[in-house]
Design a protein around this ligand. Structure first.
Ligand code: IMP
Length: 180
């Protein structure tokens, strides 16, 4: 295992090893297994960053479930230059379903808040958020993450699905930016 890696001239050091990630994923799955026993929730995974987490998590879930992938696209709103985000690709209807949103990381919280607001308009039976990582120091919105993998400080991370400008998603471990 590489202790340090470089991506686009930036140096990252090992932060959470694959073994520790998988152990935590198993613990999260256990919590969810007791909550959703006997239900068939709709799991909505937010691409691209959560693909690896979603795959490992779902292998550990013991209840029946459906899986849908969505993306968030950014666009400039017509009334201001502020970057807006919209949900794209949701094909299943969340109405009356127990929905679990699976994210890689909740940073400022804007993405997850927008997703929650949009899904709530479709009247799910319940909605919970499962995020591998959360950076509470960066939150700009009130977010209630039900299932949190790791609470981490305000420092950029890559690996295990997360990227820096498209690179690093394939790394099995999570790496943290050095000296920022
Ligand atoms: P938010 O809307 O600020 O919470 O940002 C959520 C998205 O920003 C995540 O789904 C990631 O794609 C990206 N992001 C935020 N922090 C990091 C990081 O440390 N590494 C890689 N991607 C990040």
């Amino acid at each position: 295992m590489e202790k340090e890696i470089s991506i686009h001239d930036k140096i990252f050091s090992i932060y959470i090893q694959e073994e520790a990630i998988l152990e935590r994923v198993q613990e999260l799955a256990k919590e969810m297994n007791s909550r959703y026993h006997g239900e068939t929730p709709l799991i909505i995974s937010v691409l691209n960053g959560s693909f690896m987490f979603t795959s490992d998590l779902l292998k550990k879930l013991e209840f029946s479930c459906e899986l849908s992938f969505i993306r968030v696209s950014s666009y400039n709103g017509t009334e201001s230059t502020k970057q807006m985000k919209e949900l794209i690709g949701l094909t299943e209807n969340p109405e009356g379903r127990h929905v679990i949103l699976v994210e890689d990381i909740v940073d400022t919280g804007h993405t997850i808040t927008m997703l929650v607001n949009q899904i709530m308009t479709k009247n799910p039976a319940s909605l919970s958020i499962c995020s591998l990582l959360v950076k509470p120091d960066r939150h700009e919105t009130e977010v209630d993450v039900t299932y949190k993998g790791f609470v981490i400080p305000d420092r950029f991370v890559v690996g295990y699905g997360l990227d820096l400008d498209g690179l690093g998603r394939n790394l099995p471990h999570i790496y943290q930016l050095k000296n920022n």
